[in-house]
Design a protein around this ligand. Structure first.
Ligand code: EZ4
Ligand code: CO
Length: 402
């Protein structure tokens, strides 16, 4: 059996997605997500110019060997572009193997560990009242877990807040738009938000919050402590994770559970945080962390330290990634939660899929492979549009973390 052809499909049904399609000499094909938000075309080039020529003629059944070939063979290891490209190949090959075996990917991995996968949705608002309403909306939709973000008085365009649209989409301009940040105002505001949410709805639902790499370790420790009465499911990206020792300081001060890893791309990014038990949830994903083959290694390492998975699942992770992620989540023994932001109806049409949401849980469906396809004719109607994530500056103009 041979890989006969492979091609990259770029489409923008509301936002940009990069999809790799691998076709075999036996008529079976598979697809994988290769979307890297705001840097999409670099992965397209990596795949078209450097990966696809090597794939032609390879045996698609040898998923592990192809993974090692692309990882070790590049010499230049790791990094988001390389690992997203490898992830796309890996996901497409697991899709092919599933279709050949007539099995959903969760069965190839060892079978389901659970019936449904708990997901969390995003409740956003311009202020506390709006966010509290949005949380109520998610409760009405059946969600068991909800991430809450709100505008902060005195801050222009705080992270995580939509601009009056149903679908919050941070990559919103052909060049990065400017947002302004002030951590003090944020720290004063967020405990009030969670106090109000708990006062309004009680403690039945899981609440989450994303700090989006904006705090220093001691500021994160203060917020974690201040949020303890609200009993968060997690505080995400409390501080940038390049210096992983920073999390020791946060840990010394608070019992609020911590989640990190949406921008990680290999097990090496996760290793110290996991082995020192500095986090509670690891957020690496199929698309940005080398596919199912590599994410499984990360999850297994995490499991021996009682750390659970909580994969990134914002709208820039395509339905192809979501499908693969839900198969992974259905299997992985140390599953914690899966992020889920609904895609636009246009996106859902371009990527017909088997997964579904029901009462706070997602179900991967039992189609062979990952159960997601791409309608190439429809995809062609939505050409690529440059779109960048915003940048953030402090009020005095200093460049900051978005
Ligand atoms: O900013 O997916 O938890 N979710 C997030 C997202 C990320 C975007 C970046 O591409 O932090 O909103
Ligand atoms: Co995040």
């Amino acid at each position: 059996m041979k890989i006969q052809s492979a091609r990259v499909i770029v489409t923008c049904p509301g936002r940009n997605f990069v999809t790799l399609k691998i076709e075999t000499d036996q008529g079976v094909f598979g697809i994988g997500d290769a979307t890297l938000n705001g840097r999409e075309l670099s992965v397209v080039s990596y795949l078209e110019d450097h990966v696809i020529p090597c794939l032609i003629g390879m045996d698609p059944r040898r998923i592990e060997d192809i993974w090692q070939y692309l990882y070790r063979g590049a010499y230049w290891r790791r990094g988001p572009v390389t690992m997203s490209a490898i992830a796309a190949v890996d996901t497409a090959l697991w899709d092919i193997k599933g279709k050949m075996a007539g099995m959903p990917i969760y069965d190839l991995l060892g079978g389901k560990s659970r019936d449904g996968v708990m997901v969390y949705g995003h409740a956003n608002g311009a202020d506390i009242a709006e966010t509290v309403d949005a949380v109520g909306h998610y409760i009405d939709l059946g969600y068991k877990a909800i991430r809450a973000q709100s505008g902060v008085p005195g801050i222009k365009d705080a992270y995580g807040v939509g601009r009056g649209k149903l679908f919050y989409e941070p990559a919103d301009a052909a060049l990065p738009s400017l947002t302004i940040w002030d951590t003090k105002k944020y720290l004063d505001h967020i405990p009030k938000l969670f106090e109000k949410i708990r006062d309004t709805y009680g403690f039945e639902h899981h609440l989450l919050h994303d700090g989006h790499h904006r705090m220093t370790p001691i500021e994160a420790a203060q917020l974690g402590k201040a949020l303890e009465p609200a009993k968060l499911f997690w505080l995400e990206d409390a501080t940038p994770a390049e210096n992983q020792e920073a999390f020791k300081l946060i840990r010394q001060h608070t019992t609020t559970p911590l989640a990190v890893g949406e921008i990680f791309n290999t097990i090496w990014d996760c290793k110290d945080l996991i082995q020192n038990q500095l986090i509670d949830y690891i957020r690496a994903t199929v698309v940005h962390a080398g596919g199912i083959t590599h994410l499984r290694r990360i999850a297994d390492l995490a499991a021996i330290y009682q750390i659970k998975t909580g994969s990134h699942g914002a709208t820039d992770l395509s339905p192809v990634c979501m499908g693969a992620a839900l198969h992974f989540d259905s299997w992985v023994p140390n599953f914690g939660i899966q992020e889920y932001m609904r895609h636009t109806p246009e996106t859902d049409e371009v990527f017909p899929h088997n997964y579904r949401f029901e009462q706070g849980y997602m179900y991967a469906g039992d189609a062979p492979g990952h159960g997601v396809d791409i309608d190439e004719k429809l995809a062609a109607k939505y050409p690529y549009q440059p779109a960048y994530l915003p940048v953030a500056r402090l009020e005095d103009g200093t460049m900051f973390n978005w």
